[in-house]
Ligand binder design. Structure first.
Ligand SMILES: CC(C)(COP(=O)(O)OP(=O)(O)OC[C@H]1O[C@@H](n2cnc3c(N)ncnc32)[C@H](O)[C@@H]1OP(=O)(O)O)[C@@H](O)C(=O)NCCC(=O)NCCS
Length: 165
């Protein structure tokens, strides 16, 4: 069974392999990370772990039995009981409910481990799959998102209230 694990230093090679293998797939619906992300992967990965240690962000990877990464599910800007959610799932497991199930799981962890009471996510209106994931995980649309935050695309903020119980 794939397992949702909080990001650790030893995940770095599998995360890089995941980002490289799915780069073109992701770029079809969200902004490409850019060449710098791959050129400076080691430094950026270390910086992410430092942000996580500081409690600013919390990064999770869905790890298959063979150690490969099937998806990334992240909480950003955790502050005063709120956080922003981001996620991406490998093309070779797309359309099997992986994102929906894992976003639901991360909602539970966000509340119990990270004290999040309100989780927000922005997605472009063209990203039908992402909007479906959010709706199925209990998020509701709360207003327009700035195109500047979505690679110039029109989009929507979604929100879900969480309880630790
Ligand atoms: C969005 C994403 C995470 C969905 O992952 P997934 O594991 O394939 O999603 P699920 O299998 O849980 O599917 C959720 C719904 O979206 C639908 N869906 C999946 N891919 C789709 C596509 N390309 N077009 C339209 N609908 C799609 C599924 O059929 C399902 O709807 P249903 O239950 O009515 O059948 C994945 O496509 C991805 O990583 N995309 C690139 C990154 C991205 O867009 N991240 C979100 C940024 S806000």
């Amino acid at each position: 069974m794939p397992e949702l694990q909080q990001l650790r230093a030893d995940h770095a090679p599998a995360v890089l392999a995941f980002e490289l293998a799915n780069r073109a797939y992701f770029a079809a619906s969200i902004s490409d990370r850019g060449d710098d992300f791959f050129d400076e992967f080691g430094d950026r990965f270390s910086a992410s772990l430092a942000e996580q240690d500081a409690g600013i962000d919390a990064y999770y990877v869905l790890v298959a039995e063979d150690g490969s990464v099937l998806g990334r599910f992240n909480l950003y800007s955790i502050q005063d009981g709120t956080a922003n959610l981001g996620y991406r799932v490998a093309q070779h497991v797309a359309g099997r409910g992986v994102a929906t199930a894992t976003v639901r799981e991360l909602c539970r962890l966000a509340a119990t481990r990270h004290g999040v009471r309100t989780l927000r996510a922005a997605t472009s209106d063209a990203n039908t799959a992402s909007a479906k994931v959010l709706a199925k995980a209990g998020f509701i649309a709360v207003g327009p998102a700035e195109p500047a935050d979505l690679g110039g695309k029109q989009g929507t903020w979604y929100q879900r209230g969480l309880s630790a119980g």
